[in-house]
Design a binder for this molecule. Structure first.
Ligand SMILES: *Cc1c(COP(=O)(O)O)cnc(C)c1O
Length: 384
């Protein structure tokens, strides 16, 4: 059991469902990240799309991380949370003019660009307001990520990035775009990557690409290797902190760095996933023909990952007094068959009114919540 009797008592006083963020876990994670970024002189950005909760952002900013944004509103949220615009990268395959202007007006660290047309538009908008945009080209390294099909991004078949064949033509084009300054290159091969060999392959590919830029005598002041480090969804209590030692170690070992180059990372999930749980109450226990269902008051509206990607989350019954176990499908109240948090889960026998915790829900949880079925906005509780 990962919650104390006292915590469970305090949960019972609050209307469910709610996200519970353990800021002690977040701090412990950030301390490790800070330690490695100092040791290797790496710059780590936090990817806001994993969790844009202001309280969490404030804490992350205090540990000196930069921000990685994928929309104009995320840029504004990062600024609101205290991130310096000079530490904000703005990625995304479809930036609107309004979003680009937001980034330009704040003089952000870099626009991570994915097409010729995008470069032309940023150049034009920058000229209109008399400024220059710093650009990192997002390249598609065609590296596997061994992750779920929907969250791999670094293959030719994916919509992301510029393919290496197109790079020479793009560089020629960029030479004519006077309001752009090429400062770096950017990669992001996917998410929830636990086989670190994929990051080694990325490093080797980047080394080749950097050589190509050297030959062209184009000076890149930064290499942004993206994010994607996975976490342990099966054993959140055993591994509450992602394997940052080996992750940063791979880049240190395999990425050849020029003396003038800064290495940037953009981690989302690995920073926030394990600090969050979704706490929910059992509404009904229903005996089906073949199965027992525990129907809880949280649904895909609060946490969509199981429905969207067949993601696994550990589910814990917060019932210290239960003495027998039963196998359940844990389902939500939403009128969709995919609204299911787990099948055939053996849990302490549940009664109406018992609480359950859906673990490792700090990333891509609250931020993806919706009001489908006119659900209420999900509540939040913090543990200092
Ligand atoms: C989503 C995303 C990230 C963060 O991915 P995680 O798997 O959460 O670490 C980083 N960079 C870009 C460009 C992204 O789209």
């Amino acid at each position: 059991m990962s919650f104390t009797a006292q915590q469970i008592q305090s949960f019972k006083k609050i209307e469910t469902p709610f996200y519970y963020y353990d800021l002690r876990v977040l701090r412990a994670t950030l301390e490790i990240v800070q330690q490695y970024s100092k040791q290797y002189e790496y710059v780590v950005h936090y990817a806001l799309k994993a969790n844009a909760n202001l309280r969490i952002l404030h804490l992350i900013e205090k540990y000196g991380l930069g921000a990685d944004c994928v929309s104009g509103n995320e840029v504004l949220r990062a600024v609101e949370a205290g991130f310096s615009p000079s530490h904000i990268a703005f990625a995304g395959v479809g930036k609107t003019d309004k979003e680009i202007l937001t980034g330009l007006r704040h003089h952000i660290f870099s626009f991570n660009c994915e097409s010729v047309q995008e470069l032309e538009v940023i150049n034009e908008l920058a000229a209109q307001i008399n400024t220059k945009a710093r650009i990192a080209l997002r390249l598609n390294p065609n590296v596997e990520a061994d992750t779920h099909h929907y969250i791999t991004t670094g293959l030719h078949e994916n919509k992301f990035g510029i393919s290496l064949q197109d790079l020479p033509a793009i560089l020629d084009k960029m030479a004519q775009l006077k309001n752009l300054e090429l400062t770096g290159i950017h990669f992001h091969i996917g998410s929830q990557i636990t086989n670190l060999d994929n990051f080694k392959k990325l490093c080797l590919k980047i080394n080749e690409i950097v050589k190509f830029f050297d030959e062209k005598q184009i000076k890149l002041t930064h290499i942004n290797v993206g994010g994607g480090l996975g976490i342990d969804y099966l054993q959140p209590n055993v591994n509450p902190i992602a394997d940052f030692a080996n992750y940063f170690g791979v880049f240190h070992q395999y990425l050849q760095r020029r003396p003038h180059q800064a290495i940037h990372f953009e981690l989302g999930r690995a920073i926030v996933a394990q600090c969050g749980s979704l706490i929910s109450k059992v509404l009904f226990v229903k005996e089906g023909q073949q199965k027992k269902f525990a129907i809880i008051d949280a649904g895909m509206t609060e946490l969509i990952r199981p429905a969207l990607y067949q993601a696994h989350h550990e589910i814990e019954a917060l019932t210290p007094e239960a003495t027998t176990a039963t196998v359940y499908d844990i389902v939500g109240p939403i009128c969709e068959s995919s609204d299911c948090f787990g099948t055939d889960r053996k849990l302490p026998t549940l009664q109406r009114g018992d609480l359950v915790a859906i673990r490792s829900a700090g990333a891509y949880g609250e931020v993806m919540a919706s009001q489908y079925n006119l659900r209420e906005k999900v509540r939040v509780l913090y543990n200092e």
